[in-house]
Design a protein around this ligand. Structure first.
Ligand code: NAD
Length: 344
């Protein structure tokens, strides 16, 4: 995969497609990013087959089916995904169905552009997997495109990226190189997000956050995720909670739960966050500092759903450094639901 990073780099997208030998790219974006999608389509000229502004969170299979039909009808040979994880996720689902390669132009900090991980949702059930065909061949990080990213989306998508790095540090397939990227990614985002909140017009804060997103996305692409990602996946897929805000709420609680099993990795997180004694508490305080949500209740979750989610998560198979029981998950979810401090 090739990565370009720098303000204004999107202007080279047409050259990028030429280098890749793609002739008719479908531009995919969410409805809110349709203007940008059309602007990118203009820069591609005849290389663009059309603009599909239909991406939606959690990638509903109905949207995928329609996108595949459009790709077939317009004879597109590739996709340019412009937007956050939803647009990139739709392009990935199309790649899985049709083998169309992807160039990604991320406009949030979620990090999906660096991973071979795909996910789709049908009838309240989210299915995910890994497939090399969905890994974008080319990624263009252009800080100018995140200049207008609303602060709440910047903050929560940035915390979503930090979660990739935290879980990469204690992943069963962690490596020293990926751990370095994880530490640097957490450091970059924990430094940049408060600057974005303090001064939304500061281009350097946004550029540094994009750099952190690149690192954290690469960590997710290189390792297997654990309890945190499983929990958020169930909360999003089953209850329809918003993806990035759910990550922001849950992360301190999962880290608190896993602390005893991974003290060395926890110390790295603490260091990257600025040196506090308890990284879970530091993350929880960080969330307040950047005005991220801290309770699942505030995201619309019913207290009555805690048991159902605890049972579903415990029954699923995934690696986690500390074994879990339904009681553990229930306790963790109760604290996250109520917005209580994380309990080690
Ligand atoms: P998103 O893509 O859903 O975008 C959130 C909102 O912000 C949308 O309304 C979008 O139109 C708007 N937006 C995006 N960029 C903007 C900009 N620069 N300016 C103004 N508005 C902008 O949010 P997300 O957090 O990036 O992605 C969430 C999705 O990504 C979830 O479905 C999640 O499962 C997926 N995801 C996948 C991976 C992976 O590796 N497969 C990793 C992370 C997230």
């Amino acid at each position: 995969m090739r990565v370009r990073f720098g303000a204004g780099e999107t202007r080279y997208l047409a050259d990028e497609l030429d280098d890749l030998g793609w002739h008719r790219a479908m531009v995919i974006c969410s409805p809110g990013r349709a203007d940008l999608g059309h602007k990118i389509a203009d820069t591609l000229g005849p290389r663009c087959a059309g603009v599909l502004a239909e991406a939606a969170e959690h990638v509903p299979t109905g949207v995928v089916e329609h996108a595949v039909a459009e790709i077939d009808a317009l004879g597109a040979d590739s996709c340019v995904a412009v937007g956050g994880g939803s647009a990139i996720g739709l392009a990935k689902a199309v790649a899985l169905a049709r083998g169309t390669p992807i160039a990604a132009v991320p406009t949030t900090f979620a990090g999906s552009e660096m991973t071979p991980v795909w996910g789709t949702t049908t009838g309240g059930h989210k299915t995910t997997g890994r497939d090399p065909r969905v890994l974008p061949r080319s990624v263009v990080y252009d800080p100018e495109l995140v200049a207008g990213l609303p602060v709440p989306v910047a903050v929560t998508s940035g915390m979503n990226a930090m979660a990739h790095a935290v879980e990469a540090l204690y992943a069963p397939d962690a490596t020293p190189i990926v751990s370095l990227m994880a530490e640097e990614g957490i450091r970059a985002l924990s430094g940049a997000l408060p600057r974005i909140v303090h001064d939304p017009g500061d281009p350097d804060g946004r550029s540094d956050a994009l750099y952190g997103a690149w690192l954290c996305g690469a960590c997710l692409g290189a390792t297997s995720m654990s309890l945190h990602h499983k929990l958020c996946h169930v909360l999003g897929g089953t209850l329809g909670l918003p993806h990035a805000p759910t990550h922001a709420v849950v992360l301190p609680h999962v880290l608190a739960f896993n602390l005893v099993a991974v003290p060395e990795q926890a110390a790295i997180v603490a260091q990257a966050l600025g040196g506090g004694a308890d990284p879970a508490m530091s993350l929880w305080e960080f969330a307040a500092h950047v005005q991220a949500p801290r309770s699942l209740q505030s995201l619309g979750m019913d207290e009555g759903d805690i048991d159902r989610v605890a049972v579903e998560v415990t029954a699923a198979s995934y690696g986690n450094p500390r074994p879990t029981t339904v009681d553990h998950i229930r306790g963790l979810l109760r604290a996250a639901w109520a917005g209580a401090p994380p309990q080690s």
